[in-house]
Design a protein around this ligand. Structure first.
Ligand code: COA
Length: 427
């Protein structure tokens, strides 16, 4: 019999928007029972954001909340607060990413949580760690800008740029998930829970470590692998925007392929790894560069990288991006076609691997989502649809919390769980 790695772990999921839900979705994929607490009648704000199908939960919401159960609960209603405290008593982990102080204002301080359940792991995403900005509300791009990503992304002659990869939200959600399973492992030895904090600024900066590396290297001279160096442009006092420079010791750049005039994604990332240099020279029709002292060594090429990539591009423009990949891969020349979202969505091998998954939903029908990016041999992931608002309120009150009929009646009468209209409509 196959069990899931986190089977038996119960998560009180007080998350919303993207960063927290990313974390709890991963834990759900690994087998945890994730109980998402949402405000009656409203729910996670993303349910209604960027809607493509009228009255149906948005893709934004569904793609972040698979494999979870939803209970609606007004945590500011006295009866609702009692229910919330009962949930704290029986869960292993509480995850939240509200604005700083929101949980304290609900009366759920860390001290109170420890009183209720000393084994509880209390995990939070916040925009910033302790310091001048600790009370700020933060969204993805704020984290990208304050974590060093924006100042180092884009072209030298342009403004800072944000990236489409949600490194602040989803990136931090991943960090939090690791913090949680580590704290659960620690609890096995100590019997006690602990607080886990994953600030978004820290998460982005962590992903930008090579830029902090370059900041320190600047004190010892120009960053010779940046194309800026080859173009004779002086460095300032901070790590510059690197365009499509590789960020590592092997120079790389995005260059055009056949069809680039009409297709915005007819490009390939091409890396001139030192070991592959002879093969590159042969394939692009420049065999003489192999022995030319001006080109033969990585150091000699550093101030000519723009010319090198222009010459490689003269060759790649005669092939489509997949042909470039097919020719270069057997020669151990690292390169990667620029794949559009359309191409990724249609790629059969990604469907087979469970990297992109088709899910059916009662309100919106079939849609695509990303599957679990971590594959475990003994804990396979089956992606199931996100819950409707309050869909599991009754079963959580009765089965998880063990309330009797009278008690459930009182809770409902108090307005603590509100009306879950969608759940009823779906029955
Ligand atoms: N019952 C009653 N009240 C509830 C509730 C429930 N079930 N769930 C949430 N609330 C309340 C909160 O207590 C809070 O009330 P308060 O301000 O009176 O204390 C309120 O709803 C809203 O919470 P808040 O987090 O301030 O939402 P927001 O929409 O204004 O801000 C963020 C959104 C994302 C900017 C903010 O939550 C944040 O900075 N989070 C931390 C960083 C983060 O994760 N950012 C990335 C998100 S992808």
């Amino acid at each position: 019999m196959t069990t899931k790695a986190l089977e038996g772990v119960r998560i009180l999921d007080f998350t919303h928007v993207q960063s927290g839900p990313t974390c709890t979705q991963l834990l759900a994929w690994f087998g945890a029972d994730v109980i998402k607490v949402e405000r009656p009648g409203v729910g996670d704000a993303t349910r209604g954001q960027l809607r493509d199908v009228p009255d149906a939960d948005s893709l934004y919401f569904t793609m972040l909340n698979h494999n979870k159960r939803s209970i609606t609960l007004n945590s500011k209603n006295p009866k609702g607060k009692e229910v919330l405290e009962d949930l704290v008593k029986i869960c292993d982990v509480l995850v939240e990413n509200f604005a700083p102080g929101a949980l304290d204002r609900m009366g759920l301080t860390w001290e109170r949580i420890q009183e209720l359940n000393p084994g509880m792991v209390y995990a939070s995403v916040k925009g910033f760690g302790p310091g001048p900005y600790e009370d700020c509300k933060v969204y993805e791009n704020v984290a990208q800008c304050t974590g060093g990503s924006a100042s180092t992304t884009g072209f030298l002659d342009g403004p800072p740029l944000v990236t489409g990869a949600q490194i602040g939200d989803t990136g931090t959600g991943l960090n939090l998930a690791l913090g949680i399973v580590t704290a659960l492992y620690h609890r096995e030895q100590t019997g006690r829970g602990q607080r886990v904090l994953a600030p978004m600024q820290d998460g982005v900066l962590n992903l930008c470590r090579v830029k902090l590396r370059d900041q320190q290297r600047l004190a010892h001279g120009p960053l010779k692998e940046y194309s800026q160096h080859g173009r004779g442009i002086e460095f300032g006092d901070a790590t510059p925007r690197g365009g499509n420079d590789s960020g590592g010791g092997q120079p790389g750049w995005i260059i055009k392929c056949k069809g680039w005039e009409n297709d915005p994604n007819a490009y390939v990332y091409f890396i001139t790894q030192a070991a592959a240099w002879p093969a590159i020279c042969d394939v692009i029709g420049k065999p003489e560069w192999k022995d030319d002292p001006e080109y033969a060594t990585p150091d000699a090429r550093l101030d000519k990288l723009t010319h090198v990539f222009e010459t490689i591009e003269d060759w790649t423009k005669t092939k489509n991006k997949f042909e470039v990949m097919d020719i270069c891969n057997p020669l151990n020349i690292p390169c990667g076609p620029i794949l559009s979202m359309k191409e990724l969505a249609e790629e059969p091998s990604l469907r087979e691997a469970g990297t992109i998954v088709e899910v059916d939903h009662p309100e919106r029908g079939k849609y695509l989502t990303v599957g679990c990016p971590i594959k475990m041999s003994n804990s396979p992931v089956e992606v199931t649809r996100s819950p409707l608002l309050g869909e599991h309120t009754d079963e959580i009150l009765a089965e998880v919390l063990g309330y009797g009929e009278t008690e459930v009646g009182e809770i409902k009468q108090s307005g603590a769980v509100g009306t879950p209209p969608k759940a009823e409509a779906a029955e």
